[in-house]
Design a protein around this ligand. Structure first.
Ligand code: AMP
Length: 216
C-alpha cells in the first residue's frame, strides 16, 4: 500500500491543494511543513521567531530547525502519512531514509509548472487568516473566506511578494529539483503536469493510485 507519500514541486505549483485532496481521499494524516512554520511565526513561538528570519528572505530554514518536528510527527503516525514540503533537500531525503520512524517514501508526487505561470498564480493567491483555506483571485474576488461557516479575512502571504517568490524559486531550483532525479532513480517518482486545473491534476494522481500496480 502506498502510505508514505511526499509532494515535491515549486512554490504555487498546487502541492498544498493536491496533498489535502489526497489526504482526504486516502484518509491519511497530512503535514505541510510550510504551514507549520507559518503557524509558529503567527504564534511567535521560539521556532517561529527563528524561522521568520529565513522565510522573510525567501530562504529555506536550516535542516536542524525542521527535522525533529517531522520525525516526532511521523513517529505518531504508524499507519502512514502524507508530507507536503518535506524533504526539500538531498540531505533531508537521506536523513529521512535513515530514520526508522520515517523511512524512504513509497510514493513521490513531483509536480512541474512553468515559472511564468507560477508568477501569475503567486500574485493571485489568497489565504484565510482563520481556517488557512487557500484560494485565488481568478476564481474568487471576495475579501472574506469562501469556506462554509468561516467568514475569516483573506490575505496575501508575505512570502508571496514577487521578489520573495523569485528567491524561493531559486532555492527550489538548486536544492529541491535534484530530488526528482534522486527519486526517479529509486522508481518512486510519479511526475505530474501541474499546469492544469486542480481537478484534472487530481484525477491524474488518482489514476496512479487506482492502477493495479498500487493496489496493496
Ligand atoms: P511552503 O508553504 O511549502 O511554500 O513553504 C514555505 C517556506 O517554509 C519555504 O519557502 C521555506 O522557507 C520553509 N520550509 C518549508 N518546508 C521546509 C523544509 N522541508 N526545509 C526547509 N525550509 C522549509
Amino acid at each position: 500500500m502506498l502510505n508514505r507519500i511526499i509532494f515535491l514541486g515549486p512554490p504555487a505549483c498546487g502541492k498544498g491543494t493536491q496533498s489535502k485532496k489526497l489526504a482526504q481521499h486516502l484518509q491519511l494524516p497530512l503535514l505541510g511543513t510550510g504551514q507549520l512554520l507559518r503557524s509558529a511565526i503567527a504564534a511567535k513561538t521560539p521556532l517561529g521567531l527563528e524561522a521568520d528570519v529565513y522565510l522573510k528572505q525567501g530562504l529555506y530554514v536550516p535542516d536542524s530547525l525542521i527535522e525533529n518536528l517531522v520525525k516526532e510527527w511521523t513517529a505518531t503516525k504508524p499507519s502512514g502519512w502524507i508530507l507536503d514540503g518535506y524533504p526539500r533537500t538531498l540531505a533531508q531525503a537521506e536523513l529521512m531514509k535513515k530514520t526508522p520512524s520515517m523511512g524512504a517514501p513509497n510514493c513521490v508526487i513531483g509536480m512541474k509548472v512553468p515559472v511564468e505561470i507560477l508568477e501569475t498564480r503567486i500574485e493571485a493567491r489568497r489565504q484565510c487568516k482563520d481556517c488557512d483555506v487557500v484560494t485565488n483571485t481568478f476564481v474568487y474576488s471576495g475579501s472574506s473566506c469562501p469556506a462554509p461557516d468561516c467568514g475569516g479575512t483573506l490575505y496575501a502571504r508575505n512570502d508571496d511578494a514577487l521578489d520573495n517568490f523569485r528567491m524561493r524559486h531559486q532555492q527550489y531550483r538548486s536544492l529541491t529539483e535534484p530530488l526528482f532525479d534522486y527519486y526517479r532513480s529509486r522508481n518512486t517518482l510519479l511526475e505530474i503536469n501541474g499546469n492544469q486545473d486542480p481537478d484534472s491534476v487530481f484525477s491524474q494522481i488518482l489514476q496512479h493510485f487506482n492502477s493495479e500496480q498500487c493496489v496493496n
